[in-house]
Design a protein around this ligand. Structure first.
Ligand code: PRP
Ligand code: URA
Length: 209
């Protein structure tokens, strides 16, 4: 069974409080989404494996640690996931970035696919799928399925706010995927929005409403 980690670091919790506020404008919202992603990335990469390598400093030879194992990729779910990419890349600048375009049909709430471009060697990488919101789970579950269909089997999912309904679906459909969550909210409303949530993450990042 996958790991579910709620990131209770005080800086993450403080910034999530700020982005929830209705009067936080796009510029600050975008900035804080990026900062939260950076902090979450730091926490979510704690278990990456290290290996010893011998190096020479200006003074002598010594043994240091370097990352071992698979290379990393970041895959944001468009649009709102884009807001998390810069923060992730600040922590892991060598990661490749893929993109999956999905939007939620406002009537059915089902995800509709419109774009997919991944690094050529994606199936050999450890992939972090990022999206600020896990609501019904339709979008993230579909994005992860798209990756699996292309041979990617080492996947983690990171979201800033999750609803119990979405987490349940994720665990049912993709029990192998570790999930990193900034805050676990209460429920979904009749329109599929997370309560208390923060509204429409994509619109708030890009100022489209
Ligand atoms: C939002 C959000 C997630 C999805 C979550 O995207 O960024 O991708 O909804 O909802 P779900 O768990 O019920 O699928 P949206 O469809 O609004 O598209 P956007 O990012 O382009 O605004
Ligand atoms: N997508 C969002 O952006 N916000 C929600 O609350 C649910 C889905």
């Amino acid at each position: 069974m996958s790991k579910v980690m709620i990131m209770d670091h005080p800086l993450i919790q403080h910034k999530i409080g700020l982005i929830r506020k209705i009067d936080t404008g796009s510029k600050d919202f975008r900035q804080m989404i990026s900062e939260i992603a950076m902090l979450m990335c730091y926490e979510a990469t704690r278990d990456l494996k290290l290996q010893d390598v011998e190096i020479t400093t200006p003074i002598c030879t010594t043994t240091v640690k370097e990352l071992q194992g698979k290379k990393l990729a970041i895959v944001p779910i468009l649009r709102a996931g884009l807001g998390m990419v810069d923060g992730m890349l600040t922590m892991i600048p060598a990661a490749k970035v893929g993109h999956i375009g999905l939007y939620r049909d406002p009537e059915t709430l089902n995800p509709v696919e419109y774009y997919c471009k991944l690094p050529a060697d994606c199936s050999e990488r450890e992939v972090f799928v990022v999206d600020p919101m896990l609501a019904t789970g339709g979008s993230s579950v579909a994005a992860i399925q798209m990756l699996k269909d292309k041979g990617v089997n080492n996947i983690r999912f990171m979201c800033i706010i999750a609803a119990p309904e979405g987490l349940k679906k994720m665990q049912e459909v993709h029990p192998d995927v570790d999930v990193y969550i900034g805050a676990m909210d209460d429920h979904l409303n009749d329109h599929g929005y997370i309560v208390p949530g923060l509204g429409d993450a994509g619109d708030r990042i890009f100022g489209t409403k």
